[in-house]
Write a protein that binds this ligand. Structure first.
Ligand code: SAH
Ligand code: DHB
Ligand code: MG
Length: 235
């Protein structure tokens, strides 16, 4: 234990593993098929960059607390976070998830079937900016919850479009805004860092948007979520 605690990453992963066990986060009773879904992603050669189990459960609980019925996700990968969000939906709910990579999309569809949530999910293949432009033209029912987790340079654009697609009081979460403190880099040389810095500035500058940043450690290292609530009423 002393040894593990000398390496922060070992400690963070060990605590995540302990919490996952205590809370039954991948237990078949509470969350059927999620372990199988991750195994399928690994077998298919997908990069191991899905949210961690504890983070997935966190997104799920947030969406439940929000009473989300309409969820938009940008960046599906193998659908791990998508499944967590689908299982949070209220009656008649849907997740619309956007993915550019056809291989990722194919594996995600397999995983939706494994987790028996395929009827709750609409996966749109293609560059997210194009899918979002098409959706804006279609004028879909407003979204209650948005999870932005795709190509980081486009984070500011995704956020601006999300603002037009949500209802008052909606939640927008942006993943990976800390990157082991990489967000401190002011040089402007890494477009991914720039995308995350700019989206947080935008959250701070947009009237009616209230936002925070939550730094996280765990199985996925040191990173963080930005969270914004869009308009809505407050006394
Ligand atoms: N949300 C997933 C992880 C997403 S990883 C989870 O936590 O389980 C990021 C995904 O965004 C990758 O699958 C990548 O192919 C996709 N992506 C990257 N650029 C994109 C773009 N321009 N449009 C849509 N998807 C994109
Ligand atoms: C990467 C992307 C992610 O969305 C993530 O959560 C972790 C890593 C990446 O592109 O390296
Ligand atoms: Mg991510």
């Amino acid at each position: 234990m002393e040894n593990a605690r000398s390496d922060p990453q070992v400690t963070w992963s060990a605590v995540d593993a302990l919490a996952e066990g205590w809370l039954g986060i991948h237990g078949e009773a509470r969350s059927p098929a999620l372990a199988e879904v991750l195994a399928n992603c690994e077998r298919a050669g997908l990069p191991p960059i899905a949210v961690s189990p504890c983070q997935g459960k966190f997104l799920h609980l947030l969406a439940r607390v929000a009473g989300a019925r309409r969820v938009l996700e940008i960046g599906t990968l193998g659908g791990y976070s998508t499944i967590w969000l689908a299982r949070a939906l209220g009656a008649g709910g849907r997740v619309v998830t956007l993915e550019i990579d056809p291989h990722h999309a194919r594996i995600a569809r397999e995983n939706f079937a494994l987790a028996k949530v395929e009827h709750l999910i609409e996966l749109r293949e293609g560059p997210a900016l194009e899918s979002l432009a098409a959706m804006e033209r279609e004028k879909p029912e407003a979204f209650d919850f948005v999870f932005i987790d795709a190509d980081k340079p486009n984070n500011p654009r995704y956020f601006e479009i999300a603002l037009r697609l949500v209802r008052p009081g909606a939640i927008i979460i942006v993943d990976n805004v800390v990157r082991e403190g990489g967000v401190l880099d002011r040089s402007g040389t890494d477009p991914r860092v720039e995308g995350s810095r700019e989206v947080m500035r935008l959250m701070g500058q947009t009237p009616g948007v209230e936002a925070t940043v939550l730094q996280t450690v765990g199985a996925k290292g040191y990173d963080g979520f930005a969270m914004a609530v869009v308009g809505g009423t407050r006394t």
